[in-house]
Ligand binder design. Structure first.
Ligand code: SF4
Ligand code: SF4
Length: 293
């Protein structure tokens, strides 16, 4: 069983479109949406939730009113301005609290406790294309890396239980903390980019990160026909870095139509050029993976 992520240097490059189509093509797999800050794979795969599980990201401060002598120390030392006086009582704003524990340590009356705070949920769901593990963080919550790790573990657990060949992950965009949690321990990832200067710069940063984690990149250039010159530059760049170009997707209106209908493009327009290219991309990637085994 192999974990495979689809990632991109920034959002809006076609990552979820590609993942959703691969979800249709790859038969025996478990799906995971690791883009917990802005999940959207569910819009195309329409999962039916089977279990809902709370996610506790970090402990946050709470003031026990009976013990508080209103000395004001906590409010003065909190660097996140998370403590305020509301109707004469000292209150912690859960969203602003960073869980640093400074107030907890400095309160002279031991009136502050650090408690688990609900930061989001993760779900195990059923889709037409196989089981899916996904989650969502509450607005303003951090610790998305920790939630990604939980989602990956659950997806691996299900994959082992079901004897699946793959865990296919829709990764977060960019190079932040949740991407680190997505890439750690992976052997391969599919990277999608666009033929623009910013696409190339974002790709370069992501390939640096992947190199750091020892993840081999299969690069897909989306809308390659919008700039054949930039496409050529990206192809050369990827090959110079030792990665592989897995394929190139043309710009086609049918992709937008499929998105607006909430369907993976390979299902919505099976014989379109873009769908045929996605099929070829998977044949190529799977062939390379099997050849490497
Ligand atoms: S430091 Fe402790 S006692 Fe002082 S205001 Fe804050 S909670 Fe109350
Ligand atoms: S734990 Fe840190 S961030 Fe939260 S209220 Fe206390 S001092 Fe402020």
């Amino acid at each position: 069983m192999l974990e495979l992520a689809v990632v991109s240097g920034k959002g809006g490059t076609g990552k979820t479109t590609l993942t959703a189509s691969l979800a249709v093509i790859i038969k025996n797999k478990v799906l995971a949406d690791a883009d917990v800050d802005a999940p959207d794979l569910h819009l195309l795969l329409k999962p039916k939730k089977e279990t809902e599980n709370p996610f506790y990201g970090m402990k946050k401060a709470r003031i026990i009113q009976d013990k508080c002598t209103k000395c004001d120390i906590c409010r003065q030392i909190c660097r996140f301005d998370a403590i305020d006086i509301v109707r004469g009582n000292y209150i912690v704003d859960e969203v602003a609290c960073d869980g640093c524990k400074l107030c907890f340590r400095k309160c002279p009356d031991r009136a502050i406790v650090m408690e688990d705070s609900l930061s989001g949920y993760w779900y195990v769901s059923r889709t037409e294309y196989g089981p899916m593990v996904h989650g969502i963080l509450e607005v303003g919550e951090e610790n998305s890396g920790k939630l990604v790790t939980i989602i990956r573990k659950q997806a691996m657990f299900l994959a082992q239980k079901n004897n699946a060949d793959y865990v296919l992950m829709d990764g977060p965009p960019g190079i932040g903390c949740p991407v680190n949690s997505t890439l750690t321990g992976l052997k391969y990832a599919i990277v999608i980019t666009e033929p623009t200067q910013s696409g190339l710069l974002d790709l370069a940063r992501l390939l640096d990160l992947m190199e750091h984690f020892g993840v081999f990149p299969f690069v897909v250039i989306n809308k390659y026909d919008l700039s054949k010159e930039k496409t050529e530059e990206i192809r050369n760049y990827v090959m110079e870095r030792g990665g592989k170009i897995a394929g190139m997707l043309p710009f086609e209106e049918v992709v937008v139509e499929a998105l607006s209908k909430g369907e993976p493009v390979v299902k919505y327009a099976t014989s379109s050029r873009v769908s045929r290219e996605i099929q070829k991309i998977w044949q190529y990637v799977e062939g390379e993976i099997k050849g490497d085994a």
